[in-house]
Design a binder for this molecule. Sequence first.
Ligand SMILES: *Cc1c(COP(=O)(O)O)cnc(C)c1O
Length: 425
Amino acid sequence: MVANTEFFNRAKKFLPGGVNSPVRAFKAVKTPPIVIKKGEGPYLEDVEGNRYVDFLMSWGPLILGHKHPVVVEEVNRAVEGGLSFGLTNPYEIELAEEVVESVPSIGKVRFVNSGTEAVMSAIRLARGISGRKYIVKFEGCYHGHYDSVLVNAGSGVATFAIPGTPGIPDEIAKLTFVLPYNDSEAVRELFSKEGEKIAAVIVEPVAGNMGVVLPKEDFLKTLREETSKYGALLIFDEVITGFRLSLGGAQEYFKIEPDLTTLGKIVGGGMPVGAYGGQKAFMERVAPEGEIYQAGTLSGNPIAMAAGLATIRVLKNTKPYKLLEERTASFVERISKLLTEKGIAHSYNQIGSMFTIFFTDKKVENYKDATSSNLELFAKFFKNLLKNGILIPPSQFEAWFLSIAHEDKVLEESLERIEKAIKEL
Ligand SMILES: *Cc1c(COP(=O)(O)O)cnc(C)c1O
C-alpha cells in the first residue's frame, strides 16, 4: 500500500502544487490532501484504503452517485464504438434533444468541454450579438477561469484571497463591472449610468461558489428587467444548478428565463462537458450557421455525451428532486442542531440537494457576509470530519452535494460521524 503523502510528494514533482486544479491541494484547510483510488455510490476510497462518505461529489456532477450502473453501462457501450471521431455522432444529437426539452430557455445548444469554455463562448456570443464590450458579474460568483470573469471570483480565488490573478491585462479586467450579489439597487444604478454599453450580465442564479447563497426575492427579476430594458443579454451560469435544482435548473425553479444559459458538471455525468444555449435566434448566430466563431476538436465526444445522456435519462425517469430536497433539508437541519448544542456560531443556506454551513452567525446573502466566516474553525471542522470518514469540500466557500446514492441509512451513518467530529471541535 502506498500512502497518500507518498503519492502526493511524487505529484508535486511533476504537477504545479501536485494538482491539476488548485483547491485539490487542501491548502485552505491546512490538511494533507488525499489521493483517490475509486468511488462507489456515496463513498470514496483513497489509495490507503480509507473510506469516506463523499459530500463533494466531484464538485457537483455526480447527482447519481459514483459509478451509477446505467451510466457505466452506456459509457461502456459507447467505448466499444471508438473514443473519438471528430465528426457528428448520434449521442450528441440525443443529448441536445434532452437539454432542449428540459431547459425552458434553450432552443438550441452547443456542446463544449468544460464550464469555463461554455462561459467564455456565451460571453463572446453576447458581445457578438449586442455589438457591445462590457459585462457585469457579481462578487463571489465563479464562472470558470476565463479572463473576463476571473475578477473578484469565489471558490479557489476567494479561498486563496488572490484578487483576480496576474496574467489578466487591466484592459480586459476593465471591461467587467463587479457588483455585490443580491443588490438590486446597485444593478439599477449601474444600468442607469452605463446600460447602453453593457453586452451581458452573467450570474449564478443560485450562487454555489462563495458557498451556497440564494437569490433574494427580487434579485433575478431585477436582472431580467434591467437587461431587457437596455438591450443587454442575461446569462444564467447554471453549471452547478442545471439538472441539480430541477431538470430545467434554476430558471425552471424560479420561473425566470435568461437569454443564454451555460451548463456543465451534471450535463456531462462526470465526464468533461460544458454547454451553452439559448433561444434559436441567438444560437443561430453561432458558426457555422452564423458568423460568431467557436469550435472544439473533442466537443460532443461520444463517451462524454453517453455519460451525460444516461445521467439525464435516469433523472427524467426517476424525478428524484423532491426526495433529494427533503433529505437534504433534514440532514443540514440536524447538523445545525449538533453545532448549536456545542455552542458554535453558524448559519446555513440550502436549496435542493446543495447547501453550505457558514461559521458565522450572519445570514449569508452575499460575498461579504460569507467572508465573515471563521475559517480557522472551518479548517478544524474539515479535518475532524475527514478523520471520521466524511469528505466535504475543502473550503468554506463551496457547496456540499447530496446524490441519490445518499440514502437515509447513509445519512444516519454520516450524522453519527459528524456528531463525533463536532464533539472534538
Ligand atoms: C464549476 C463552475 C464553472 C467552471 O466549470 P469548469 O468545468 O470547472 O471549467 C463555471 N461556472 C460555475 C457556476 C461553476 O460552478
